[in-house]
Ligand binder design. Structure first.
Ligand SMILES: Cc1cc2nc3c(=O)[nH]c(=O)nc-3n(C[C@H](O)[C@H](O)[C@H](O)COP(=O)(O)OP(=O)(O)OC[C@H]3O[C@@H](n4cnc5c(N)ncnc54)[C@H](O)[C@@H]3O)c2cc1C
Length: 343
């Protein structure tokens, strides 16, 4: 997302742009996402929910998102809904595939299947490789010793290239390198293709008792349940069980009942036990993006000649969760303008 945004912004200022894309298609994890680009209603809510993030970067995302969404719409991104379906947030739901096509058509030369291997000497570069969640080694080093057991709920291409390239150019990292965003997903032997990353998410920890393999219990503290997935990611085998009293199966979470989410997990092949007035669903932590990354200033500059955006950048959601797509959109545009030296 962030790289395509930066490219479209740079081209609009007359720059000649080349977009290197490691994968076999543009759009990264954005293509697999729900496409909800959002911000907290009030900046105070953002600060309270992500208390260890950089207040200046958070203010940028908060203040610029609405105008940047209008810009995106102006490029031809189709809006599916002008609400997020969550009363705590505002934003839009976009159709990822057509938004990616709209951005790509405005964004210069796109070289699909060509990774960026090194920072060019004399040309400004915007790093936007989407974080390091697909590198088991980096996730084990920074996030959890259970890295091998995590379910990768993202593309396989975001292996920390931006982090490596940024550090090699003299950039530094933010706090929160150990933080991840993701969802509890049906545990093996469930089979989950990338087209099921959204609808198989098990988002009902607030209606369940969450128990790790060794009997440890976690009390949910957030509406986004980010604390839950981070906790599960550090349990043995990155697994837990959601014990749901039968009476709670009828509760609705973001348009679905708990019972529907349980049934979807069961149909996908996850271990589900019923009896004694409850249903127990085995889940595994699914990692979507890492949240820590390169430190940038409010011009998105990470080092001399190097700017960064999207999940390669840390310091925005630190201590909680905010929209990764919103940060990618806002920082992507800022990075392009800064790299070109335009206001
Ligand atoms: C199932 C799912 C649901 C989600 N739902 C939401 C949601 O509703 N709202 C929200 O805000 N966020 C959501 N997200 C998260 C969101 O998709 C990410 O935060 C966002 O895509 C990050 O943008 P990015 O540009 O950093 O990374 P990406 O969009 O992943 O793009 C990074 C790109 O860099 C490429 N790349 C990697 N290494 C290199 C290299 N060396 N050279 C060249 N290219 C490289 C990758 O192939 C990829 O195309 C969801 C994600 C998933 C998977």
């Amino acid at each position: 997302m962030a790289g395509l945004v930066a490219a479209a912004e740079a081209v609009s200022h007359g720059a000649e742009v080349v977009v290197y894309e490691k994968g076999d298609r543009p759009g990264g994890s954005f293509r697999l996402s729900s496409g909800v680009v959002w911000r907290h209603l009030e900046i105070e809510d953002f600060r309270a929910e992500c208390p260890a993030g950089d207040p200046a970067l958070q203010a940028l995302v908060h203040e610029r998102l609405d105008a940047d969404l209008a810009w995106l719409e102006g490029l031809g991104a189709p809006v599916i809904e002008r609400t997020t379906g969550n009363p705590r947030t505002v934003g839009m739901r976009l159709d990822p595939a057509t938004t990616i096509a709209a951005l790509a058509s405005h964004g210069g030369e796109l070289r699909v299947g060509e990774p960026l291997h090194e920072v060019p000497d004399a040309t400004p570069v915007v790093l936007a490789t989407g974080g390091f969640q697909a590198s088991r080694e980096l996730v084990r080093e920074h996030v959890t010793p259970e890295a091998d057991s995590l379910f990768l709920r993202a593309t396989g291409w975001s292996t920390g290239d931006g982090l490596r390239l940024g550090l090699s150019a003299g950039a530094t990292t933010t706090a929160g390198l150990d933080e991840l965003y993701g969802r509890a997903m049906p545990a093996p032997p469930a089979r989950i293709g990338e087209d099921r990353f959204v609808d198989l998410a098990q988002l009902y920890a607030t209606h369940a008792r969450v128990e790790g393999a060794d009997g440890a219990v976690h009390e949910t503290t957030t509406w986004s349940e980010i604390d839950v997935v981070q906790w599960i990611a550090r349990q043995p085998g990155a697994r837990a069980a959601f014990h749901v009293p039968e009476a709670n199966l009828q509760h609705r979470v973001r348009g679905r009942t708990v019972g529907e989410m349980v049934a979807a997990a069961e149909a996908a092949g996850a271990p589900v036990r019923r009896g004694s007035g409850e249903v127990a669903v085995e889940v595994v932590a699914g990692i979507t993006t890492t949240l820590g990354g390169l430190a940038v200033d409010t011009t998105a500059r990470a080092a001399g000649g190097v700017w960064a955006a999207g999940a390669d950048v840390g310091g925005i959601s630190t201590g909680g969760y905010s929209s990764g797509l919103a940060a990618a959109l806002v920082l992507g545009r800022i990075a392009a303008r800064s790299a070109l030296g335009v206001a």
